[in-house]
Design a protein around this ligand. Structure first.
Ligand code: IMP
Ligand code: MG
Length: 177
Protein backbone atom coordinates (compact mmCIF):
# COMPACT_ATOMS: atom_id res chain seq x y z
CA UNK A 1 0.00 0.00 0.00
CA UNK A 2 1.39 3.41 -0.95
CA UNK A 3 0.41 6.31 1.29
CA UNK A 4 1.10 9.72 -0.27
CA UNK A 5 3.39 12.06 1.68
CA UNK A 6 1.43 15.03 3.02
CA UNK A 7 2.73 18.49 2.00
CA UNK A 8 4.44 20.48 4.78
CA UNK A 9 2.47 23.13 6.67
CA UNK A 10 4.86 23.51 9.64
CA UNK A 11 8.36 22.09 9.34
CA UNK A 12 10.16 19.93 11.87
CA UNK A 13 12.54 22.82 12.52
CA UNK A 14 9.72 25.30 13.15
CA UNK A 15 8.06 22.84 15.53
CA UNK A 16 11.24 22.17 17.46
CA UNK A 17 12.00 25.89 17.79
CA UNK A 18 8.48 26.50 19.09
CA UNK A 19 8.64 23.59 21.52
CA UNK A 20 11.88 25.04 22.90
CA UNK A 21 10.27 28.45 23.39
CA UNK A 22 7.16 26.98 25.03
CA UNK A 23 9.34 24.88 27.34
CA UNK A 24 11.33 27.96 28.36
CA UNK A 25 8.15 29.92 29.16
CA UNK A 26 6.62 27.06 31.11
CA UNK A 27 9.86 26.46 33.01
CA UNK A 28 9.98 30.16 33.97
CA UNK A 29 6.30 30.34 34.95
CA UNK A 30 6.46 27.18 37.06
CA UNK A 31 9.90 27.88 38.49
CA UNK A 32 8.56 27.96 42.03
CA UNK A 33 6.51 24.78 41.63
CA UNK A 34 8.32 21.64 42.71
CA UNK A 35 5.97 19.10 41.19
CA UNK A 36 4.25 19.93 37.91
CA UNK A 37 1.90 17.28 36.53
CA UNK A 38 1.67 17.31 32.75
CA UNK A 39 -1.50 15.68 31.44
CA UNK A 40 -1.26 14.50 27.83
CA UNK A 41 -4.42 13.92 25.83
CA UNK A 42 -4.20 10.67 23.88
CA UNK A 43 -3.53 9.83 21.27
CA UNK A 44 -2.73 13.07 19.44
CA UNK A 45 -0.56 14.75 22.07
CA UNK A 46 1.86 11.89 22.70
CA UNK A 47 4.76 13.21 20.63
CA UNK A 48 4.29 16.85 21.61
CA UNK A 49 4.17 15.84 25.29
CA UNK A 50 7.29 13.70 24.91
CA UNK A 51 9.28 16.55 23.36
CA UNK A 52 7.90 19.33 25.58
CA UNK A 53 8.36 17.41 28.83
CA UNK A 54 11.98 16.55 28.01
CA UNK A 55 12.83 20.20 27.41
CA UNK A 56 11.46 21.56 30.70
CA UNK A 57 14.01 22.72 33.22
CA UNK A 58 11.76 22.00 36.21
CA UNK A 59 10.64 18.84 38.04
CA UNK A 60 7.65 17.27 36.31
CA UNK A 61 5.61 14.11 36.05
CA UNK A 62 3.43 12.94 33.19
CA UNK A 63 0.07 11.24 33.07
CA UNK A 64 -2.46 10.65 30.31
CA UNK A 65 -6.15 10.86 29.57
CA UNK A 66 -8.02 9.65 26.52
CA UNK A 67 -11.16 11.31 25.23
CA UNK A 68 -13.42 10.72 22.34
CA UNK A 69 -16.19 12.69 20.68
CA UNK A 70 -19.55 11.14 19.93
CA UNK A 71 -20.36 10.87 16.22
CA UNK A 72 -18.32 13.39 14.30
CA UNK A 73 -18.12 15.47 17.47
CA UNK A 74 -18.16 18.76 15.66
CA UNK A 75 -21.94 19.03 15.61
CA UNK A 76 -23.02 17.97 19.10
CA UNK A 77 -19.79 18.64 20.97
CA UNK A 78 -20.48 15.67 23.29
CA UNK A 79 -17.21 14.36 24.70
CA UNK A 80 -16.65 10.99 26.38
CA UNK A 81 -13.91 10.04 28.82
CA UNK A 82 -12.21 6.82 27.63
CA UNK A 83 -9.27 6.64 30.03
CA UNK A 84 -8.81 8.65 33.19
CA UNK A 85 -5.69 9.81 35.07
CA UNK A 86 -3.96 7.46 37.47
CA UNK A 87 -3.14 10.39 39.70
CA UNK A 88 -5.30 12.29 42.19
CA UNK A 89 -4.78 15.93 41.19
CA UNK A 90 -6.28 17.65 44.24
CA UNK A 91 -3.81 20.33 45.39
CA UNK A 92 -1.47 19.64 42.43
CA UNK A 93 -0.29 21.98 39.70
CA UNK A 94 -1.67 20.60 36.45
CA UNK A 95 -0.76 21.48 32.86
CA UNK A 96 -2.92 19.91 30.15
CA UNK A 97 -1.05 19.23 26.91
CA UNK A 98 -3.19 19.03 23.74
CA UNK A 99 -2.29 18.57 20.11
CA UNK A 100 -4.93 20.79 18.54
CA UNK A 101 -7.91 22.93 19.52
CA UNK A 102 -10.51 22.83 16.79
CA UNK A 103 -14.07 23.68 17.95
CA UNK A 104 -12.81 23.82 21.54
CA UNK A 105 -15.34 21.26 22.84
CA UNK A 106 -12.71 18.71 23.88
CA UNK A 107 -10.52 21.16 25.77
CA UNK A 108 -13.50 22.88 27.41
CA UNK A 109 -14.79 19.51 28.65
CA UNK A 110 -11.37 18.50 29.90
CA UNK A 111 -10.69 21.76 31.75
CA UNK A 112 -14.13 21.64 33.40
CA UNK A 113 -13.66 18.00 34.44
CA UNK A 114 -10.20 18.61 35.88
CA UNK A 115 -11.14 21.90 37.59
CA UNK A 116 -13.86 20.04 39.52
CA UNK A 117 -11.11 17.92 41.12
CA UNK A 118 -9.67 21.03 42.79
CA UNK A 119 -6.07 21.17 41.59
CA UNK A 120 -3.85 23.93 43.05
CA UNK A 121 -3.62 25.37 39.52
CA UNK A 122 -4.81 24.33 36.08
CA UNK A 123 -3.49 25.58 32.74
CA UNK A 124 -3.23 24.25 29.22
CA UNK A 125 -0.77 24.14 26.39
CA UNK A 126 -1.87 23.37 22.82
CA UNK A 127 0.45 23.04 19.86
CA UNK A 128 -2.14 24.11 17.27
CA UNK A 129 -5.39 26.06 17.11
CA UNK A 130 -7.85 26.43 14.23
CA UNK A 131 -9.19 29.91 14.93
CA UNK A 132 -11.90 29.87 12.24
CA UNK A 133 -13.54 26.81 13.74
CA UNK A 134 -13.98 28.08 17.27
CA UNK A 135 -17.37 27.18 18.77
CA UNK A 136 -16.55 27.27 22.49
CA UNK A 137 -14.50 29.89 24.30
CA UNK A 138 -11.56 28.27 26.03
CA UNK A 139 -8.40 30.04 27.15
CA UNK A 140 -5.14 28.54 25.95
CA UNK A 141 -2.31 29.53 28.27
CA UNK A 142 0.49 28.33 25.99
CA UNK A 143 -0.12 28.14 22.23
CA UNK A 144 2.21 26.96 19.50
CA UNK A 145 0.63 27.99 16.18
CA UNK A 146 -2.63 29.31 14.79
CA UNK A 147 -3.46 27.45 11.58
CA UNK A 148 -6.15 27.75 8.90
CA UNK A 149 -9.10 25.38 8.68
CA UNK A 150 -7.35 22.45 7.02
CA UNK A 151 -6.97 18.85 8.21
CA UNK A 152 -3.48 18.42 9.59
CA UNK A 153 -1.46 15.29 10.33
CA UNK A 154 1.92 14.38 11.73
CA UNK A 155 3.74 15.07 15.02
CA UNK A 156 1.09 12.92 16.75
CA UNK A 157 -1.93 14.00 14.72
CA UNK A 158 -3.69 11.57 12.45
CA UNK A 159 -6.13 11.09 9.66
CA UNK A 160 -7.83 7.71 10.19
CA UNK A 161 -4.82 6.73 12.35
CA UNK A 162 -2.33 7.43 9.54
CA UNK A 163 0.67 9.79 9.54
CA UNK A 164 1.03 10.18 13.33
CA UNK A 165 4.78 9.65 13.29
CA UNK A 166 5.67 12.20 10.61
CA UNK A 167 8.22 14.61 12.14
CA UNK A 168 6.42 17.68 10.69
CA UNK A 169 2.83 18.96 10.45
CA UNK A 170 1.40 18.28 7.00
CA UNK A 171 -1.97 18.71 5.37
CA UNK A 172 -4.26 16.12 3.84
CA UNK A 173 -7.30 16.65 1.70
CA UNK A 174 -10.51 15.39 3.35
CA UNK A 175 -11.17 11.72 2.53
CA UNK A 176 -7.72 11.20 1.05
CA UNK A 177 -6.71 8.17 3.13
P1 IMP B 1 -12.39 19.94 19.22
O1 IMP B 1 -13.12 19.30 20.36
O2 IMP B 1 -13.30 20.24 18.06
O3 IMP B 1 -11.59 21.15 19.63
O4 IMP B 1 -11.45 18.86 18.62
C1 IMP B 1 -10.24 18.58 19.10
C2 IMP B 1 -9.79 17.20 18.69
O5 IMP B 1 -10.16 16.85 17.34
C3 IMP B 1 -8.31 17.20 18.71
O6 IMP B 1 -7.83 16.84 20.00
C4 IMP B 1 -7.95 16.20 17.64
O7 IMP B 1 -7.94 14.91 18.21
C5 IMP B 1 -9.07 16.27 16.65
N1 IMP B 1 -8.72 17.13 15.50
C6 IMP B 1 -9.28 18.31 15.16
N2 IMP B 1 -8.73 18.81 14.04
C7 IMP B 1 -7.79 17.93 13.65
C8 IMP B 1 -6.86 17.90 12.53
O8 IMP B 1 -6.79 18.79 11.66
N3 IMP B 1 -6.06 16.80 12.47
C9 IMP B 1 -6.10 15.81 13.39
N4 IMP B 1 -6.92 15.81 14.45
C10 IMP B 1 -7.78 16.86 14.58
MG1 MG C 1 -6.56 15.52 20.66
Amino acid sequence: MVIPTPPVLISERQIQRKVGRLAARISADYGAVDDLLMVGVLKGAFIFLADLSRRLAIPRRVDFMALSTYGDGTTTGAVRLIMDLRTDIRGKHVLVVEDIVDTGHTLAYLMKTLAAREPASLACCALLRKLDRKKVDVDIDYLGFDIPDVWVVGYGLDCADQHRTLPYIGTVAPGST
